[in-house]
Design a protein around this ligand. Sequence first.
Ligand SMILES: [Zn+2]
Length: 97
Amino acid sequence: MVAQIQISISTKCLMKLPGRIKIEDRKLGRERNDGQAIFADKLIEIDPRLKSKKRLNIVLHEGIHILDPNLPELKVRAYANRLADLLWRDRWRRLEK
Ligand SMILES: [Zn+2]
């Protein structure tokens, strides 16, 4: 007879996801980045001069980095590109430019 053991762990606990991720606008010319993730602060800094679709892509990109810091850069780019394209085709748009 095989014993069944039920383990009850919430998905958030199991995955150790960070809490709410903040977004701040900052001109990032010196860093030569469109955006950057600051893991310790769960903060995304994004260049306010980006156009809407690029901004969407960068927000997703940096958000994925914070959610999964060990994910390889190429996968982060691929996921962000696919998700940004998906949301754009579903007609999601930024209210402010
Ligand atoms: Zn990246």
